[in-house]
Design a protein. Structure first.
Length: 423
């Protein structure tokens, strides 16, 4: 098709600049809500391309708007924050933030790839603006890793100040073979909540437990009892994880502490079921506190939370056709559900995102980022099974295969957007 050749030509013209941007972002990662320099670089690129740019949305978010005649408004979203991880990839453009005066920071989830692909797609779509009509909304979102950036941008008036999209599109890299694109309709990524819990006791000498209330014993019983939620309160057909990732109390062996701290992570593919599990956690901990003579009720804090990513089936099918036409059917794969989570769905969920006018259809797909060499060492009938054998995002060894990942990510966003813009 003629448009495909035009896309490839425009992509080739911007590739070197986007590759330079990617390596620069990878060298200089920034933590959630600290993406000041990252945002400045991305805003400068969008401004130079010809977009109307708004900065500081949701603290560090960047939005580029390109109005190109009458037609639908398509929002393309990418994230841009990094993780507190010391990079171990050995890349010649590895993170320069390796500890010392501050924490080690790394783009271990590929958000630098996402931001670069989104910037590249913005450039290609601007170059091809004679071939489509409508409005393109490019959103560089901060703080995805702490599930805070999407709602921060929405609270800051993203849709009221910039534009309200008709459809929202996004993508994430995964260790499938670079050049491949994966799709999944419906519930694709888990809802997740991390609870912080303080269990109160009455501290004292370790030799006189009867004169104290031991929060360590209460916490220990609670941790064991929490494991029965999935096995005894959830239907076997559902996928639910309850993980106590932190249990901290005391300073030395002969002191009964005043309190114990827990952090509990819950993930599942239903917002309703998630709330059921959170209610069960509170019920169990409250009961153990009562049984253990805790002097006051446990305290609960929501440390992070996000809703289920539930892809609109019709939007996914339209995208899949567009990606199949461009990349070829052999390059597409069916993605399995991921226990990982995203705050991307807040952009489309009116009730959870806090915006008016009803829900907005959205779709989120996956691009391969693994090298051909590493992919050849995997085995399995399904792409999903094979990629689980490779380092996943959040690993200090995670390193996308740069050129094919960038080219695929840019082309996937461009062809995805063109599937919804007026031609």
């Amino acid at each position: 098709m003629q448009i495909h050749e035009l896309i490839k030509g425009a992509l080739a013209r911007v590739y070197d600049d986007i590759d330079h941007l990617y390596q620069d972002l990878h060298r200089h990662p920034e933590l959630p809500f600290e993406e000041v320099e990252t945002g400045r670089k991305l805003a400068a690129r969008l401004d130079a391309i010809g977009y109307e740019v708004t900065t500081g949305l949701g603290k560090t978010g960047v939005v580029g708007l390109l109005q190109n005649g009458e037609g639908p408004c398509v929002m393309l979203r990418g994230d841009m924050d990094a993780l507190p991880i010391r990079e171990q990839t050995g890349l010649d453009y590895a993170s320069c933030r390796h500890g010392g005066e501050g924490p080690a920071v790394m783009h271990a989830c590929g958000h630098d790839l996402h931001a670069s692909c989104l910037t590249g797609a913005a450039a290609v779509l601007h170059a091809l603006r004679e071939h489509w009509r409508g409005t393109l909304m490019v959103v560089h979102q901060p703080a995805e890793e702490v599930f805070g950036g999407a709602r921060a941008m929405l609270r800051d008036g993203l849709y009221e100040r910039i534009a309200r999209p008709d459809v929202i599109l996004g993508q994430h890299n995964m260790p499938a073979l670079a050049g491949m694109v994966g799709h999944i309709a419906g519930r694709a990524m888990a809802a997740a909540t991390t609870l912080g819990v303080t269990i109160h006791g009455n501290g004292g000498h370790g030799s006189m437990p009867a004169q104290a209330v031991d929060p360590v014993v209460i916490a220990a019983h609670a941790v064991v009892r929490l494991q029965t939620i999935v096995s005894r309160e959830v239907e076997p057909s559902e996928q639910v994880v309850v993980t106590v990732g932190k249990l901290q109390a005391g300073t030395q062996g002969n002191i009964i502490p005043h309190s114990a701290e827990l952090e509990i992570n819950v993930r599942c593919f239903s917002d309703t079921l998630l709330q059921q599990v959170l209610d069960a956690i509170r019920r169990i901990i409250d009961a153990e506190c009562l049984a253990g003579r805790s002097p006051k009720p446990a305290e609960y804090r929501v440390l992070s939370e996000t809703i289920t990513l539930d892809n609109d089936a019709a939007t996914v099918e339209r995208l899949r056709r567009a990606h199949g036409d461009y990349f070829g059917e052999p390059q597409l794969f069916e993605m399995g559900r991921l226990g990982g989570s995203e705050d991307f769905p807040y952009f489309g969920n009116a009730a959870a995102g806090g915006f008016e006018g009803g829900d907005i259809p959205y779709a989120y797909w996956f691009i391969g980022a693994a090298t051909a060499e590493s992919w050849a060492g995997t085995r399995g009938e399904r792409v999903y099974d094979r990629m689980r054998q490779l380092p996943m995002p959040h690993s200090p060894y995670y390193a996308p295969d740069r050129q094919p990942s960038l080219e695929t990510g840019i082309a996937a966003l461009v062809t995805g957007a063109l599937a919804f813009l007026e031609r």
